[in-house]
Design a protein around this ligand. Structure first.
Ligand code: KG4
Ligand code: ZN
Length: 389
């Protein structure tokens, strides 16, 4: 069957066509437009602007996705659309577009939870990219470790969703069963990256910039807390980390002032983009040792906690696979740490290609395939507060 996937929960407008059967989920096209550049100027997402940009992009993105896939509308079996969680204005653009298409084309609708979309991105294959690489080869794949076919995922599995809005651990008894285990008590991991980036003078989204800066930082020049790491809970907490970084930034304000404010997005992103921001082109902006050390210590703390808690969940539940997903999963250092930890315990590790980690329509089509619900155009509604059952 062929599923059209629509994702508009935040600042990305993603539409994709995926062909699905019980052995594979194959991406035929995957077009993403982003309004991230506008938000980088304001240091965060302004919901009204995100929604307005969604309206601007949705039809051109749809046209391009259909054209890229070379699939006519008659061949589409169902339309999957993100109904939540997310920003209401942005969600409505996708939901109303899906509703209209379902009515005009006479297709069933599949309401999809955005968080399930991130998880099922792990089940997607992309053309000529990283199908069925062995784990041992994965390091050489330039960031795209462990692309195995979906039917190679062994269950039970633990999935860690790390995005701008969420940090959740879920247990999957099989490919159709998703049970929430634990989550963040305050900030999400991506939110921590973005908020700490702001303290360091970085533009939004700061995750990719902190990743680049951290490579130049010296380990252990700073040491930040790993909240809840040694407590008997799988929950996460990242707001204390932000406070710890703030304290160091204040302590070094005389040295940081000038350089921190220089590092803003000198590299305006293309509107048509796959959601992973590039590092600024100008290396001079990245020469500040203090910022690099703070970025390194921040990233080390986040990665330690994410890997340790996920492995704890995996081992205590005898899971055979770990599925990493969400925008933060685009982080190569995080991917490498997970691969090392999983190899140590002989656990299978899966992570989508980097462009399938950040928001996109293909992951929504994939989750749609595993969602049993099929509804009519009158029945679909957006639910910004949607979470796990
Ligand atoms: O999943 P996503 O595209 O949107 C949400 O559903 O939230 O995730 C966006 C988040 C942002 O917080 C961004 O800073 C983070 O993912 N992110 C990264 C990287 N690329 C994106 N964080 C760390 N390292 C990266 N390379
Ligand atoms: Zn997301």
């Amino acid at each position: 069957m062929i599923i059209l996937g629509i994702e508009t929960s935040c600042d990305e407008t993603g539409i994709s066509l995926v062909t699905a059967d019980k052995n594979s989920l194959h991406v035929l096209s995957n077009v993403v437009a982003s309004s991230m550049e506008l938000h980088s100027k304001t240091g965060g997402i302004i919901p009204e602007i995100a929604a307005r940009e969604q309206i601007k992009y949705i039809l051109p993105v749809l046209d391009e996705a259909l054209k890229d896939a070379e699939v006519s509308k008659d061949k589409i079996d169902a339309i999957a659309v993100t109904v939540g969680p997310g920003l209401i204005g942005s969600l409505l653009v996708g939901v109303e577009t899906a509703r209209t298409l379902a009515y005009v084309w006479d297709k069933p609708l599949i309401p999809v939870n955005h968080l399930f979309g991130h998880i099922y991105a792990n089940f997607l294959e992309e053309e000529a990219n990283y199908s069925s690489s062995k784990q041992s080869e994965s390091r050489s794949l330039n960031g795209d470790s462990s692309r195995l076919r979906s039917n190679n995922i062994e269950f039970p599995a633990i999935a860690l969703i790390v995005s701008g809005g969420h940090t959740d651990l879920v247990f999957m008894e099989n490919e159709n069963s998703v049970k929430w285990i634990a989550g963040t008590r305050d900030d999400a991991a991506g939110e921590a990256y973005d908020k700490i980036g702001r303290l360091l003078g970085l533009s939004y989204p700061a995750g990719p910039l902190i990743e680049q800066l951290a490579k130049k930082g010296t380990p252990n020049d700073f040491h930040f807390p790993r909240p809840l790491l040694h407590e008997d809970t799988l929950d996460f907490s990242f707001s204390g980390l932000k406070t710890a970084v703030l304290r160091e930034v204040q302590r070094h304000s005389d040295k940081l002032g000038a350089s921190a404010s220089k590092i803003s997005s000198e590299n305006p992103k293309e509107h048509r983009d796959f959601g992973v921001a590039n590092a600024p082109q100008n290396d001079e902006l990245f020469e500040d040792k203090l910022i690099a050390d703070l970025a390194r210590a921040t990233q080390d703390a986040i990665i330690d906690v994410l890997v340790e808690k996920t492995m704890r969940a995996t081992l205590t539940r005898n899971a055979k696979s770990v599925l990493l997903c969400g925008g933060v999963a685009a982080n190569q250092t995080l991917r490498d740490h997970f691969l090392t930890a999983c190899e140590k315990y002989n656990i299978n590790f899966f992570v989508p290609s980097r462009r399938l980690c950040t928001d996109n329509g293909a992951m929504i089509a994939a989750a749609g395939y595993f969602t049993p619900e099929r509804i009519g155009w009158k029945e679909i509604t957006a639910n910004p507060e949607l979470y796990f059952d």
